[in-house]
Design a protein around this ligand. Structure first.
Ligand code: APR
Length: 250
């Protein structure tokens, strides 16, 4: 579907010296990964207090590991990058984008070829032992899960967990600092596919804005920060971003 891309936005992107993207679940929706909120959102079916909260995970990890077995792993194991992921990787390759700051834990920006990615909420592609820190791939964790539920470390029998930030956990300060640094350096922040309701992640666009960056929001629906945006393009990431790339080439 064709969206209206303002000529002024294309000019602004061409003039920008440091463009950063800030992405959410919406950019992975077209890769077959459901978003958390809005129509068909994961949190409508899976209560995040049970399935994505650190206190509950430590008390009873079976909710999370059922979610991993039934939803997370099956969706991710075959998922490829969306047109939106690929477009951001192309923008980086073409020198129009420096970094992607993502809230997503699916690793699809890296699969698409983005080389500078800040994963605010970690990654579900790494599973590690809470006792000896032995790391496992998602595939290996799934096979351990098939042998024993919940899965245990094959080295020390310790309990495993994903390298994600659960609700109730603080973000890694080093990762957060990198994100704040990028937001402070950029003169344009492209927000793609986020409802912008979860903090401290949603602070990042505000930091960029306060530093004078142009704020562009590309989203299927209204977001929590539309009132701060210089440009708002309501549409699918997989339609809008390739159109922006096309216009940059002209
Ligand atoms: N293209 C662009 N935007 C889309 C698309 C699409 N194809 N499909 C859905 N969207 C939009 C939705 O309208 C919604 O506003 O993407 C947004 C996704 O919002 P959320 O599901 O809230 O995801 P996100 O903003 O990434 O959530 C932030 O909340 O649950 C936590 O840790 C989790 O990282 C996540 C954080």
């Amino acid at each position: 579907m064709m969206n209206e891309i303002p000529e002024k936005l294309i000019t602004a992107i061409k003039k920008s010296r440091y463009v950063v993207a800030f992405t959410g679940a919406g950019i992975s929706a077209e890769a077959g990964i459901p978003t958390y909120r809005g129509e068909g959102g994961l949190w409508d079916k899976y209560d995040p207090n049970l399935y994505a909260n650190i206190d509950y995970f430590l008390q009873d990890p079976s909710y999370y590991w059922n979610f991993f077995r039934e939803v997370r792993y099956p969706l991710l194991k075959n998922a490829g990058p969306s047109q939106g992921h690929l477009a951001l990787a192309e923008m980086e390759a073409g020198g129009n984008l420096k970094t992607v700051i993502t809230q997503n834990i699916d690793g699809l920006h890296q699969v698409a070829g983005s080389s500078s990615v800040v994963e605010l909420h970690g990654t579900t592609r790494i599973i590690f032992c809470m006792n000896c820190s032995q790391e496992y791939t998602m595939d290996k964790a799934f096979s351990l899960l098939m042998e024993e539920f919940p899965p245990r470390c094959s080295k020390c029998r310790g309990r495993l967990r994903p390298a994600v930030i659960f609700f109730g956990e603080s973000l890694d300060p080093h990762v957060l600092r990198s994100a704040y640094e990028e937001a402070g350096k950029c003169d344009m922040l492209l927000v793609v596919g986020s409802s912008l309701v979860v903090y401290p992640a949603a602070e990042i666009p505000l930091v960029a804005r306060q530093k004078g960056a142009t704020l562009v929001i590309i989203n299927k629906e209204k977001t929590g920060l539309d009132h701060e945006a210089d440009f708002i393009i309501q549409g699918k990431a997989g339609d809008v971003l390739p159109q922006i790339i096309q216009s940059l080439r002209e």
